[in-house]
Write a protein that binds this ligand. Structure first.
Ligand SMILES: [Zn+2]
Length: 313
């Protein structure tokens, strides 16, 4: 009997132990797997969120990219359109020049040109031209450097962009303008000065290509080198031009009367290339009068272009 009781007790204890083990095991397993599941869900959520953010960014960027591509297309088109308009514009001027030369047209053309700039005074010249809605040509040089020669506290390079913005032609008057400083010592020294100015204009305007050269001092100053220089200019796609009219502001003008008389006496052809200097105060103050004089006498005032018949090639 007693042994039966002990046996029962042992079974009871063992059963209790087994139940204890099973229940604590289940509790452990429950929490263990539950935590794992929780982590798993949490992990998946983060990944999904990350994925969604990436996806959103991707479509955002794709959207941006197509917008930029559209804008670029429009911009390229605009460039082409400007080029077409520009070509049409110059083609029609060339046709007018031909008609004038053959006597078929009674029209007259004057090309206003300003040498040796930019100067700070050039802003005044530009404003006068704007007022009359006249486009001109600026034969630029770096003789004065970055700071304006007539006001050393002012930067002169921004004028290059200004010429383009206001629709004028930028031409090349060599980087050094060094008539007495080796510019004409050889064909190469001249061409080096042309190319340096070409680069400066390109850099300051963001790509404008000069196609017309004016010899500092005029083409006869090149002497024996002239033909060799012209050949090199031609090979580089340049034409060149001197002038047919002026007010004499390049040297020793004493008064407005003198400038006025010089100017009027020099205007006598149906197509004129007028030489001015944008540093000269007499020219600047008489410029409105000169423009009005030309317009009253039937001249159309235009900017120079490579294809023009006045440009030697
Ligand atoms: Zn000059």
């Amino acid at each position: 009997m007693e042994s039966q009781n002990r046996k029962n007790k042992i079974i009871y204890v063992i059963t209790l132990l087994i139940l204890l083990i099973i229940s604590s095991g289940s509790i452990f397993l429950y929490y263990y797997f539950d935590e794992k599941t929780k982590i798993k869900i949490k992990f998946n959520k983060t990944e999904e969120e990350k994925y969604q953010i990436r996806e959103a960014l991707y479509y955002d960027k794709l959207d941006e990219l197509s917008k930029v591509q559209d804008e670029k297309k429009e911009y390229d088109n605009l460039d082409n359109q400007i080029e077409i308009l520009r070509n049409d514009y110059f083609k029609s001027i060339k046709a007018l020049e031909d008609a004038i030369k053959s006597g078929k047209s009674k029209a007259k053309i004057a090309y206003l040109t300003f040498d040796d700039g930019p100067y700070y005074n050039t802003y005044k010249v530009l404003d006068i031209l704007d007022k009359y809605n006249v486009k001109a040509t600026f034969f630029t040089t770096n003789i004065n450097g970055e700071k304006c020669f007539d006001d050393r506290s002012k930067e002169c390079y921004p004028l290059y962009k200004e010429y383009v913005k206001r629709g004028h032609t930028i031409a090349n008057h060599t980087y050094t303008h060094g008539i007495w400083k080796g510019l004409y010592s050889s064909v190469d020294s001249f061409m080096t000065a042309v190319i340096k100015q070409e680069d400066l204009v390109k850099r300051e305007t963001g790509g404008y290509v000069t196609k017309i050269v004016r010899f500092p001092g005029g083409s006869p100053t090149a002497g024996k080198l002239k033909n060799g220089i012209i050949e090199k200019l031609r090979a580089r796609g340049y034409g060149w031009v001197d002038w047919s009219a002026q007010d004499g502001d390049g040297g020793g003008l004493k008064s407005k009367e003198e400038a006025r008389a010089n100017f009027k006496a020099s205007i006598n052809q149906n197509i004129e290339v007028v030489l001015f200097h944008d540093y000269n105060n007499i020219t600047t103050s008489l410029l409105p009068e000169f423009i009005e004089y030309l317009q009253k006498n039937g001249y159309i005032l235009l900017p120079l272009f490579y294809e023009s018949s006045v440009i030697n090639k």
